[in-house]
Design a protein around this ligand. Structure first.
Ligand SMILES: [Zn+2]
Length: 93
């Protein structure tokens, strides 16, 4: 299933970045291309499924839906930014 592997890749990428930063990911912002052929809700469902039982479970997912079909990345789901909390930080939320 193409979309599932696509989202798994995205989750892998986020986990890799979190490991590099030695940080916990609090939130991820994604940009959903107009021609990505997946709805934000459906993307969210897959994301929840892929992160279940991992360190990313429960992170806040912000999905920005694009409407420009002529955008060079219109077919893609782009990881725009991540919000981290450093693992050695002691301040409680
Ligand atoms: Zn699906």
């Amino acid at each position: 299933m193409h979309e599932q592997s696509l989202i798994r890749n995205l989750v892998d990428k986020i986990q890799g970045l979190a490991a590099e930063e030695n940080a916990t990911v609090l939130a991820a912002k994604l940009r959903l291309g107009a021609l990505a052929h997946i709805s934000a809700d459906h993307l969210r469902d897959h994301f929840t499924q892929e992160t279940q039982g991992t360190a990313l479970q429960g992170l806040r997912l912000v999905i920005e839906e694009q409407s420009d079909i002529h955008h060079p990345e219109a077919q893609d789901i782009i990881l725009e930014s991540l919000e981290f909390r450093a693992n050695d930080e002691q301040s409680a939320p």
